[in-house]
Design a protein around this ligand. Structure first.
Ligand code: SF4
Ligand code: SF4
Length: 285
């Protein structure tokens, strides 16, 4: 019987359960995962991309700056997995060096890459040797070619890389045409949002409970300050308490006024046309 991408894929529970209890072990908060978006741009333009990638300029993370952030984060955080995300992270020419930098910080026992898979056929053996796991998003269009899927499975088996095929035929409609001014609604959305526990992110010296503020900050080109939604990484003795307080805060983020949250309705996945991307970009500075 032919095995399809869909039958390979694990079933994902959606929306996932909330996990608001943060245990501290050996001075580090135990979390599910932490991620860094190592590029902002992508080779696709999915509508409702959570990372706002179709609207953001080309950008590449600097390995040394990321390593510096992670060294500070690792003093108070212990995620189960560290994820390299984007945009499309395989577009970063130094991705193998970045995996090495991440590992050297000791932030997490596992380093994973989240990708749309389209460039996996171009990756050198050094890449497969470096990573522990891959999450590969499977969209209805463009589908990964069967020979690319076979290559991915063969390389994963050869280099002992764990594969997580993730069917994504729907996306959560999180983006708002206009920001809200209703702070009570933002409070409710934030309270019910599972993303704030599952998508912790570091970027430019900051830790964020979700990925949206950092990307809004780039999208608004600093005309609105979303960095205030994050926690500045630092090395003093108060950092552990500051991290716990930040993770458990009940005050919504400024970004929540621009977002429908993780429990918003779903829409079928589709790729935006160039004209649609340009029209959306025109709303922003
Ligand atoms: S592949 Fe992922 S990062 Fe790229 S546009 Fe689609 S959802 Fe965004
Ligand atoms: S901005 Fe607020 S509502 Fe949107 S994903 Fe982040 S925490 Fe959830």
């Amino acid at each position: 019987m032919t095995t399809t991408n869909e039958t390979r894929a694990r079933k994902h529970v959606f929306p996932p359960p909330m996990e608001r209890h943060y245990r501290v072990q050996h001075g580090r908060v135990q979390t599910r995962s932490l991620e860094a978006h190592i590029v902002d741009h992508c080779n696709l333009t999915c509508a409702e991309c959570c990372s706002l990638s179709p609207l953001l300029p080309e950008w590449y993370a600097q390995p040394d700056a990321l390593a510096n952030d992670l060294r500070m984060a690792a003093k108070v955080l212990q995620p189960g997995v560290f994820k390299l995300v984007g945009g499309e992270p395989l577009l970063h020419p130094a991705i193998v060096d970045i995996v090495g930098c991440v590992r050297a910080t000791g932030i997490a026992p596992m380093v994973s890459v989240t990708t749309n898979g389209l460039k996996l056929g171009d990756m050198a053996d050094a890449f497969w040797q470096a990573v522990d796991a891959l999450t590969i998003s499977l969209y209805p269009k463009p589908r990964l070619a069967p020979d690319l899927v076979a290559h991915i499975e063969s390389q994963a088996a050869r280099f002992d890389v764990r594969l997580n095929w993730k069917v994504q035929d729907t996306f959560t409609v999180m983006n708002r045409a206009q920001p809200s001014t209703d702070r009570a609604e933002a409070q409710r959305i934030y309270h019910d949002c599972w993303i704030r526990e599952r998508c912790h992110m570091v970027r430019d010296g900051m830790f964020y409970t979700c990925t949206r503020p950092a990307h809004f900050h780039t999208l608004f080109k600093g005309t609105q300050d979303f960095r205030g939604d994050g926690l500045a990484l630092r090395e003093d003795a108060g950092m552990l308490d500051a991290m716990l307080a930040y993770l458990q805060r009940e005050t919504p983020l400024e970004a929540c006024l621009h977002c429908h949250g993780g429990s918003a309705p779903q829409a079928p996945h589709r790729v935006l046309k160039r004209i649609e991307v340009e029209t959306l970009k025109a709303f922003y500075p």
